[in-house]
Write a protein that binds this ligand. Sequence first.
Ligand code: 5GP
Length: 203
Amino acid sequence: MGLLIVLSGPAGVGKGTVCTALRSRMPELVYSVSATTRHPRPGEIDGVNYFFKSREQFLQMIDHDAMLEHAEYVGNFYGTPRDFVDETLANGKNVILEIEVQGAMKVKDKFPEAVMVFLLPPSLAELKARITGRGTETLDTINTRMNVAVEELSLLSQYDYAVMNDEIDNACDKIRSIILAENCRRERLPAHILAMGAATEKA
Ligand code: 5GP
């Protein structure tokens, strides 16, 4: 089984940017493309950034139990298609989900062995600047996102790791180290490697 890595944290902390940078440094990491009812932003491509769905299509996916988790976030649905994640993990590959905190908590319930990584902003002021600076949202949306973000920060205690996104390279280095270390955990080693240790003990 591969590792399921959940990268989450408050809105505007830079999850998307860090995840993209991490994927270019770790091409072996498999990214799960989410489904959403949000409209595409300029430059976003269906099937690459998201699977863009109508509300009806999204609700149908939920009905068919096709979502590993889903959440309603600032008026839109977001969710992780289940089959792709299950199949990729079963093939022994590591999968990364870049999702908001409600969905992350649902994944933690279903996959207690998931590696939960929380991305922190350097400060609240910096977080507000980032939410405002995105430039693609209305003032109402910015205010809603800031209020949500402050609530989201309180979920930090539910995570295994906290990584401050002060600088993208630093954050990527830390997450890469977390993934490498988690892959070396004794309890995750394949049986034939564990057997090597058992044989040496006896010898
Ligand atoms: P955006 O609209 O800016 O692309 O994403 C809004 C939020 O939705 C971000 O915090 C992003 O991490 C989160 N998100 C993206 N995909 C998923 C998903 O599949 N499930 C959940 N729960 N959140 C998601």
